[in-house]
Design a protein around this ligand. Structure first.
Ligand code: FAD
Length: 301
């Protein structure tokens, strides 16, 4: 089951319209999904999904409670994580974190979820991100979100998680993995890739200030309560679009250029297999848009 990261009117209808008008379409069968979708507790459209943009510290497990291996870490490699989720045989996964992590590391997609950023005021932004507690929209999800479980200890947390799913999780199995990760906090030369990533992220001042919680043990009660989030796969967009040559000239069904017609950016359908390849990382769309726009502009003179 997918939940929907876009309003209902974003339906890909233009692909068929464009094809009927005579342009060739490429990557029609490819879509971009995100792996950290949660159901909006205050939906604007049907099945409204909000994406968590996570910092690096939440522990990530499949539906049976197996911790994902690197590079399937929060905020790292969407497509590889999607492959692991699907290979698990289920369509959801779990984050386990705590209050200290949610306060610093959860950002939510959507302008209505980021009133501090959209306020245009540094004062409002810094107060929201550096002040005590999670930003109010994140706190609202924690309190009202159907996918959020908040408890004081791991036994109760897993009991709460099990109320949301048919595939029951085993507390002892989860505890062993969380404790193994926590033990690495005492190891300054750990080989736990996630702990290494947390330490590296904090070497950048911006991430240290507002994006990455100070390294700590997840089961440390002073950092609690514990939080679990059931994560759904959510839709974002088609990677299909108008087939062009590298100069941005639109091709027809026979591969001939349509004289004087150019396509650049997302509508050019490059995302599925063009500039960054089929295994593109998230956050790489804009580069392709700019590059294709530049090429088209140069060709058009
Ligand atoms: C929430 C969100 C987060 C993102 N984060 C990232 C990121 O971190 N990194 C990254 O690389 N990419 C990111 N992207 C993707 C990136 O923003 C897009 O790939 C890029 O902006 C697309 O640029 P574009 O010029 O192709 O299309 P757009 O920016 O969508 O521009 C299309 C323009 O056409 C206009 N238009 C539409 N119809 C008509 C019409 N009939 N007549 C005239 N004008 C019309 C629209 O108003 C719009 O201004 C994100 C996208 C979203 C939505």
């Amino acid at each position: 089951n997918l939940i929907s990261g876009v309003p209902r009117h974003v339906d890909g209808r233009m692909i068929a319209i464009t094809k009927n008008a005579g342009a060739a379409i490429i990557n029609e069968d490819r879509m971009w999904h995100y792996t950290e979708g949660v159901q909006n507790w205050d939906p604007i459209w049907p099945d409204h999904a909000i994406r968590i943009l996570p910092g690096p510290s939440s522990l990530w497990f499949d539906a049976e409670g197996n911790r994902f291996p690197a590079p399937c870490l929060p905020g790292f490699d969407t497509l590889e994580t999607l492959r692991h989720i699907l290979a698990s045989g289920y369509d959801y996964s779990w984050f386990i974190l705590n209050q200290a992590i949610i306060e610093k590391e959860f950002a939510l997609s959507g302008s209505e979820q980021n009133p501090d950023f959209t306020s245009g005021s540094w004062k409002v932004l810094l107060k929201s991100r550096l002040g005590k507690g999670a930003p109010p929209p994140v706190e609202a999800f924690k309190q009202h979100g159907a996918d959020f479980v908040v408890r004081d200890n791991l036994d109760d947390l897993v009991a709460g998680m099990n109320e949301l799913v048919d595939v029951k999780l085993d507390t002892a199995k989860l505890r062993a993995q969380v404790e193994a990760r926590d033990a690495q906090m005492d190891n300054s030369f750990t080989k736990d890739a996630q702990v290494m990533a947390i330490r590296t992220a904090r070497n950048y001042l911006g991430d240290k200030l507002i994006r990455t919680a100070k390294p700590h043990k997840i089961l440390d009660p002073s950092k609690g309560p514990l939080i679990a989030v059931k994560l759904h796969v959510m839709t974002r967009k088609t990677l299909g679009g108008i087939h062009t040559n590298l100069d941005g000239e639109v091709l027809d069904a026979k591969g001939n250029t349509v004289s004087g017609l150019f396509s650049a950016g997302e509508c050019a359908g490059f995302g599925g297999g063009g500039y960054h390849g089929y295994n593109a990382l998230e956050g790489t769309f804009l580069g392709g848009c700019i590059f294709s726009g530049r090429n088209a502009g140069r060709k058009a003179g």
